[in-house]
Design a protein around this ligand. Sequence first.
Ligand SMILES: Cc1cc2nc3c(=O)[nH]c(=O)nc-3n(C[C@H](O)[C@H](O)[C@H](O)COP(=O)(O)OP(=O)(O)OC[C@H]3O[C@@H](n4cnc5c(N)ncnc54)[C@H](O)[C@@H]3O)c2cc1C
Length: 365
Amino acid sequence: MLQTVIIGAGVMGVSIARQLNHKGRQIHIIDRSTPRMNASYAAGGMLGAQNEFFEDTPLYRLAMMSRVMMPDTAERLNKETQMDIELQTHGLIKVATAPQYVADVKKQFAFLSQQDHAIYELSPAQLHERFPQCDVHSCAAFKIHDDGQINANLYTQALIQSAIKRPHIHLHLHTEVIQITQTGTHYHIATSRGSFEADELIIAAGAWSGTLLQQLGIELPTQPVKGDVKLIESDYTGLKETIFNMNGCYIVPKKPNRFLIGATSEIDNWSTHNNEANLHWLDVESFNMIPALQQHRVIKTWTGIRPITPSGIPIMGAIQPNLYVSTGHYRNGILLSPIVGELMAQLIDGDTLAEQQLKPFSPLN
Ligand SMILES: Cc1cc2nc3c(=O)[nH]c(=O)nc-3n(C[C@H](O)[C@H](O)[C@H](O)COP(=O)(O)OP(=O)(O)OC[C@H]3O[C@@H](n4cnc5c(N)ncnc54)[C@H](O)[C@@H]3O)c2cc1C
């Protein structure tokens, strides 16, 4: 029986585990489960396949495919776990509320509207109605219909619940990987709760992946990008679509009467504490977009650590015999997880077509 070890029970590790062929394989997912030391539970849940891209790239294509897969993923998870991951499909408005971002909005609109004729620019009247505080002469916005959103926290929990229902998947929480060593093409993983022998090892440890790989003498650095996030409750009922400001602040309407406001981006910051100045920035920018949200009750604030690579492009694929990595999905790991789970699992199972599709992201590039 093949022993497969996955380090990381975030959306990447668990999505891969769910898709791996179970015949003749025992899968162990290991996670230290330290609060706030991950990204998947912290995310805004936007499925921003169009929101995040300005040009046609291999990653954009994967994102578009993954967005299509999410409704089916949500349905399957619901069947398997009875958990509703709150998929919403009201679209997203991309906006520049300050003149210095208007050119970027126009540029992105020019790219996206070539491929999707349903995307439209907001007229001055529509801009004024949606963003009453903006000077319509120095703002710009467009509406994307198909960028939906989910509840990322529930999604991560549902993925885990569905994984552990499979008899060949074993989840080891509160288990920290301390040391990885290699003998030939086998791996020995020493943890805070005993050790594991792996015929196949998959590193899906988010921003910590690079440090773990260093233990094997492999230089594939990953960095953290800390984000502060805030969840509020408001009686305001005038917003169904997500609003994403080119300056990075977004408002994602959640059920019931809630609004997730995110997110700051601080590279090389491992802190798990909210920064008051960052939370203030979220307030100022979100109220500038939707003044009605000034009347609200704060439900909670939190932080998360996004994984990024020096090039900004995720790394996914085989590094050497029986060693694989999937990380660096930065702001798009929730969106990308259905397609990455499928392709990485196929690649590990020897599918050359999947290997071809993941080639632009190979750690060997
Ligand atoms: C504030 C914020 C907002 C975001 N918004 C969105 C969004 O709207 N849409 C979107 O698509 N994406 C979004 N993202 C990005 C997305 O959350 C990430 O890209 C994705 O969750 C990364 O998943 P992962 O499984 O690679 O990493 P993680 O979720 O970080 O999981 C890695 C796991 O590895 C474990 N681990 C690390 N080291 C060890 C060790 N030594 N031993 C044991 N376990 C270890 C950690 O405990 C962790 O659980 C957001 C992220 C943040 C922080």
